[in-house]
Design a protein around this ligand. Structure first.
Ligand code: 5GP
Length: 218
């Protein structure tokens, strides 16, 4: 069966390796292109304007919202993020799958606006690994890590809304699963119980040792 090159939205909690997955998907076989989002957050070291994101001032972002420039947009951790229509249109014209690395609010908008989009939730293998990846990035303040953990709770709650759920344990394995979902519509068994277990661990982490760690660092 030949499937139209529909957009692919990847949603995950922070520290799942989703951005790496999205870039590896684009660099690998198949017709995948990365959707470059606009954001009001400042660039991290090594990020380039027009490659990783279009970095905009809040005012420039809001003007584009007014002009209907975005297929979806959302405020995430007090910063604005959006997918320009032009990213979707250019890929559709070329027959490429456009890969959206977006948050849950954006994915819901894409689900409504682009009914043939494939939405995949990517889970980390465990909360420990997620924490290690968040801390390992080295660019986040402890407060930001706590905030991202709190968002992770909400995001994990949304897992049942997704048709497809994959676990990013082994990167290559996970890429294969994503490709077979997109290209053949084949789904692995949804590991929803993993998401529920992870939510419980994060609640314990936020209430227990992690809040103690935050107080120590003040
Ligand atoms: P980061 O600042 O770490 O690059 O991204 C923070 C969050 O914003 C991630 O969950 C990322 O997927 C999400 N995000 C990035 N671009 C977009 C976008 O265009 N729209 C939406 N809704 N979320 C985005």
């Amino acid at each position: 069966m030949t499937r139209r090159a529909a957009p692919l939205a990847l949603v995950a909690t922070s520290g799942t390796g989703k951005t790496t997955l999205a870039h590896r998907l684009v660099d690998g076989p198949g017709r995948y292109v990365f959707s470059i989002s606009a954001t009001t957050r400042p660039p991290r070291p090594l990020e380039r304007d027009g490659v990783d994101y279009y970095f905009l001032t809040r005012r420039a972002f809001e003007e584009r919202v007014e002009r209907g420039w975005f297929a979806e947009w959302a405020s995430v951790h007090n910063r604005m993020y959006g997918t320009p229509h032009s990213e979707l249109d250019a890929a559709a014209e070329r027959g490429d799958h456009v890969v959206l690395d977006i948050d849950i609010q954006g994915a819901r908008q894409i689900r409504d606006a682009v009914p043939d989009a494939t939405l995949i939730f990517v889970l980390p293998p465990s909360v420990d690994i997620m924490m290690a990846r968040l801390a390992g990035r080295g660019t986040e303040e402890p407060e930001n890590i706590a905030r991202r953990l709190e968002s992770a709770l909400d995001e994990l709650q949304a897992v049942p809304e997704f048709d497809y759920v994959v676990v990013n344990d082994d990167l290559d394995e996970c890429l294969l699963e994503i490709r077979s979902i997109v290209e053949q519509g084949e789904a692995p068994a949804p590991p929803e119980q993993d998401a529920e277990g992870m939510r419980r661990t994060i609640v314990e982490l936020l209430e227990g040792e992690y809040s103690a760690y935050l107080q120590d660092s003040e």
